[in-house]
Unconditional design. Structure first.
Length: 145
């Protein structure tokens, strides 16, 4: 029996924690939140991808990048199986004014994308579902430093 081969999506994300809040975007339907980042292009390193994504999405550079965790994420979305491998980085934004905004408007392939500083307490209490699974551990550890 031949199995259908579906693509595995390599992704890179940046976790930015500041003053008890974490920078996240919300799904269109509001069902979950996730850190900024995106797909890793063919022959691009995960580190280069996270830098590119942050520059594209919010016009900022990134300092102090550190690989915190690699997460394999198997899930169903809109009835379809998905398989992502996330490279989760911590770091800081070079555009310091972004830390003062409650909402950061960005661009993703010509579409408006918004990022929010969400209190970590809201996530811990279950008011916001953060994905991928396993990333909350990184957020909590960074919040202690």
């Amino acid at each position: 029996m031949k199995l259908k081969r579906e693509p595995i999506e390599p992704k890179a994300s940046l976790v930015v924690v500041s003053k008890g809040k974490v920078l996240l975007s919300k799904a269109k339907d509001g069902s979950f939140v996730r850190p900024p980042g995106g797909h890793i292009e063919y022959f691009e390193s995960s580190k280069a991808a996270v830098k590119r994504e942050i520059k594209e999405e919010m016009g900022s550079g990134v300092n102090n990048l550190k690989l915190e965790k690699v997460i394999e994420n198997l899930f169903y979305f809109e009835g379809k199986r998905s398989h992502d491998i996330y490279f989760i980085y911590s770091g800081s934004l070079t555009k310091k004014d972004l830390y003062k905004k409650s909402v950061i408007s960005g661009d993703e392939n010509g579409k408006l994308k918004r990022f929010y500083w969400i209190t970590i307490g809201e996530i811990v209490k279950g008011k916001e579902k953060i994905v991928p699974n396993g990333i909350l551990e990184v957020v909590l550890r960074l919040n202690k430093t």
